[in-house]
Design a protein around this ligand. Sequence first.
Ligand SMILES: C[S@@+](CC[C@H](N)C(=O)[O-])C[C@H]1O[C@@H](n2cnc3c(N)ncnc32)[C@H](O)[C@@H]1O
Length: 211
Amino acid sequence: LAPGYRLFNRWSSLGLDNRWRRKLLDELPPVARVLDVGTGTGELAIAAHARGYEVTGVDVSEAMLARARASEPGVSWHIASADKLPFPDASFSAVISAYVMRNLQQSGVLEASIRECARVLKSPGRLLFLDLTRPDTAALRMGHDLYARSFLPAFGRLFFGGRWPGGYLRQSIEELWATPKLRDCFLSAGFKTFDARPLWGGIVTLFSGSK
Ligand SMILES: C[S@@+](CC[C@H](N)C(=O)[O-])C[C@H]1O[C@@H](n2cnc3c(N)ncnc32)[C@H](O)[C@@H]1O
């Protein structure tokens, strides 16, 4: 989905995707080296770079990375999977990621990726993962389900045609592990703390851990 990916995000979220990325970056401590995991076309990494951080971005998709590279030569871009990061232990002061956790879980590498992020983090170090989630309250859930089951697939098919991956987005949101299971993963990976902070009523959640 690399061609059109940024535009689709902007329209389908009414511009909120970037606002939520900024929320994540507001939580980033004033550290030196930052790793963006699943950087995609690099929007989070580029925004962090613009705030003065020294940023490295990794992704498994060369098509996504090609767009990132063309947008910002000041970030160090690498092709790599989140569960096999090509960096020594304790290389970064912070690891960040936006809209990737669900993908890692769906491909069965979320637990290994959290462990790998802990490995490349210094101590003290901070991990911040932002992702789409299902709201808790019944009223918001109704609106969210309508959006995810009706508007999003219709818009996705219109935008991407045959490349739209069916119900994947909705399914990955609904199947994201509940907070207690994520907490166990973070703590057993070596994080001292875990927090899940819902934003916008839980349409997105900012997950964080400190080492
Ligand atoms: C929804 S996009 C998010 C991109 C970007 N973080 C953003 O804020 O727009 C998910 C990205 O995760 C990448 N991805 C999926 N599995 C991955 C893995 N195992 N390791 C690294 N990146 C992965 C995909 O290639 C894709 O670029």
